[in-house]
Design a protein around this ligand. Structure first.
Ligand code: GDG
Length: 467
């Protein structure tokens, strides 16, 4: 088996539990092939400092890290990646900041990554690049002579062509994807958007299924919905931290049914809309009021991007007004926690909850939905209320699917979830777990790498090099 080289903006030590499911899944293949993981160190340094690659051995895996200068970090990470690509790919053109200066930084950092990674590569390595920060990386590597197989996986959604086309330089961005041998998306819908775009905007020629020719290259694309490591999550759920959390929640809220939300504090997650739906539910169901408490964990994220401060204030004000209007001396309807909860405790919180509210306005997949299901007691499982706009909705059809923009509809689903009889809860949970187990993170990893191994790039020229 070829050695695997993973490239992503941030990297994690795969030996640590806190790193989460993705790192654990990648660790398995990285460990077995003695692979490399390359990414940003998380450090910002003076531009004049030494720009060496930091090498750290993590078991059989080598972690390779580069630092970024302040200017590059601001333009690449805050600017183009999170100020342009993140909002537009989540359909939020209104929040995009199309500053012409950002794209130069984005390109510079991708070139830096390519230059720094190249000396570590061996001829039959397989390279797997992750996410929107690194779309042009393969093209930059190819420009330096890299011939290895390179795959790309987009963790976030790909919007329809007319939204993508709002990005100045969108053609450049999509052309860069043709330097990969395989491009993977989270859902069939994202894959359809890719096909629509390349055929309508880039006049790509469709070949066999999900394969196109353009810019003198062919590219294979596919949908590879990411999953969780069910076994690792079960082990976490049986650990002392999770059990303690479960007991504590049960003790504290023994008279109430818990609803839970666990999200990074991000405008794509639909948190204000969720609060409005919960308020609507409280208004419409006075009899159920004091029996339901919503615990919302909103872990801090990208706090130096201004759209994130706005969402923080909006959410704080909504939670405050709901508690002020509906709360009583012995009951607050919303517990809002703007902190990161230790990963080892999350399964306990999920298991103690009757309902999970996973209602993003747009989401590539959403792993919280799958984690919640995996943490349930299958004899007495909770109910998943899931946005139809999460990639996970393509798979998790037995959840209560909602439109998060529809406040009344979501409020009605909350009521249904809280009152759902045991038999129906079990029935739905069983069906949902079949999908969570079958399409777990190992399936995701293996099926992507297998498809990458089979993808036959056919190079007819080098016009794609002119990025
Ligand atoms: C991107 C895409 C796609 C959350 N709060 C805490 C915490 N979390 C963990 C959850 C889960 C992960 O973070 C969040 O994953 P999601 O999938 O929900 O969302 P994104 O972070 O936006 O991830 C997404 C994903 O990539 C994978 O491809 O599904 O669509 O946007 O694992 O448990 N973990 C801890 N404390 C918290 O407070 N420890």
């Amino acid at each position: 088996m070829s050695r695997l080289v993973v490239v992503s903006n941030r990297i994690a030590d795969p030996r640590q539990t806190a790193a989460g499911g993705l790192a654990v899944a990648l660790a398995e293949v990285l460990n077995s092939t003695g692979g490399l993981w390359f990414g940003w160190s998380g450090k910002i340094v003076d531009a004049t400092e030494d720009d060496a690659v930091h090498v750290q051995q993590a078991g059989p895996v080598k972690l390779l890290m580069v630092d970024l200068s302040q200017v590059d970090h601001d333009a690449f990470y805050l600017g183009y990646s999170n100020g342009v690509l993140w909002p537009v790919f989540h359909y939020r053109l209104d929040l995009a900041d199309f500053d012409a200066g950002y794209i130069g930084g984005y390109r510079r950092v991708n070139q830096l990554f390519a230059r720094k990674l190249l000396p570590f590569l061996q001829p039959d390595d397989v390279i797997w690049v992750h996410d929107y920060h690194l779309i042009p990386l393969a093209a930059e590597l190819r420009a330096l002579g890299c011939k290895q197989r390179i795959g790309f996986f987009l963790h976030i959604p790909l919007p329809p062509p007319m939204i993508l086309a709002a990005i100045p330089g969108h053609d450049w961005l999509i052309r860069a994807l043709f330097a990969y041998d395989l491009v993977g998306f989270q859902s069939r819908q994202d894959l359809r958007h890719f096909g629509d775009y390349v055929e309508s905007e880039a006049k790509a020629q469709p070949l066999e299924e999900h394969r196109w020719r353009a810019f003198g290259r062919t590219v294979q694309a596919g949908a590879f919905p990411i999953g969780i490591d069910v076994q690792e999550f079960n082990e976490l759920a049986n650990g002392s931290d999770a059990l303690e959390m479960y007991e504590r929640m049960k003790r504290e809220y023994y008279r109430r049914k818990l609803l839970v939300g666990v999200d990074r504090l991000d405008y794509s997650k639909g948190l204000p809309q969720r609060m409005r739906a919960f308020r609507e539910f409280l208004t419409k169901n006075p009899d159920l009021r004091s029996s339901a408490t919503l615990i919302q964990i909103a872990s801090p994220s990208r706090e130096n991007v201004s759209a994130y401060t706005d969402i923080l204030h909006e959410l704080e004000s909504l939670c405050g007004s709901i508690n002020g209007n509906f709360g009583d001396l012995d009951w607050m309807p919303v517990r809002y926690i703007h902190r990161t909860v230790a990963r080892a405790r999350l399964p306990g919180l999920y298991r103690a909850s009757r309902v999970a509210l996973v209602t993003p306005l747009r989401d590539g997949m959403n792993l919280v939905a799958k984690e919640f299901l995996a943490a349930q007691d299958e004899e007495d499982p909770g109910v998943l209320v899931l946005s139809r706009f999460a990639g996970a909705a393509e798979q998790l059809k037995e959840a209560l699917l909602v439109n998060p923009y529809d406040t009344e509809g979501t409020a009605a689903a909350i009521q249904l979830a809280l009152q759902m009889p045991l038999e129906e809860r079990r029935h739905r949970h069983q069906a949902l777990m079949r999908s969570v187990r079958q399409f777990d993170v190992h399936w995701w990893c293996e099926s992507f790498l297998e498809a990458l191994g089979q993808a036959q790039a056919e190079e007819k020229g080098t016009s794609w090099l002119r990025l």
